[in-house]
Design a protein around this ligand. Sequence first.
Ligand code: ZN
Length: 203
Amino acid sequence: MKEQKVNVQIESAKDNRTEDRMEEYVREMIRMLGEDPTREGLLRTPRRVVQSLRFLTSGYRQDTDKMLNGALFDVAYDEMVIVRDIEIFSLCEHHLLPFLGRCHVAYIPDKKVIGLSKIPRLVETFARRLQVQERLTNQIADTIMEKIHPLGVGVIIEAKHLCMIMRGVEKQNSVAVTSAMLGVFRDEQQTREEFLSLARGAR
Ligand SMILES: [Zn+2]
């Protein structure tokens, strides 16, 4: 018990040192951008930047196994399960700028289902990391496949990338759409179309 407490203290001291160094890097970056990090408006900015980056990458510290254990159930249901319009906020790994949009997740169970509320949590766990939209889409689909071995999984993500919009690479309204289709979603056109029309119903 005592030893555990000491370990926790060492861990949190290590964390504090890391946060301090991160803040110093942000302060240095502000300076190199030609700004004065000591002026009032910027004084607390390094701390805020570090805190918000920690939050936006908190998915690295979440364990999907732990999250889903206890939320997998045996059922006889064998129709399509769809959770649509899950909001996505992620960071593109190329520019560390946000991309945001919606995610639709569907699967056809084979004896096992995932508690419905866990699907948005699963999406969030992978979204709160440095990502590319294609990998995010695949990670969600692969994890569901791995966890409950359904007959198939479909994931669609529609997102706007601020790195494209703000830098004028693309028109304001362009949306990147990615999809991952596994099992019957890949092999059976009818299943895929049912999913696409249910996802489209979102609009
Ligand atoms: Zn980018």
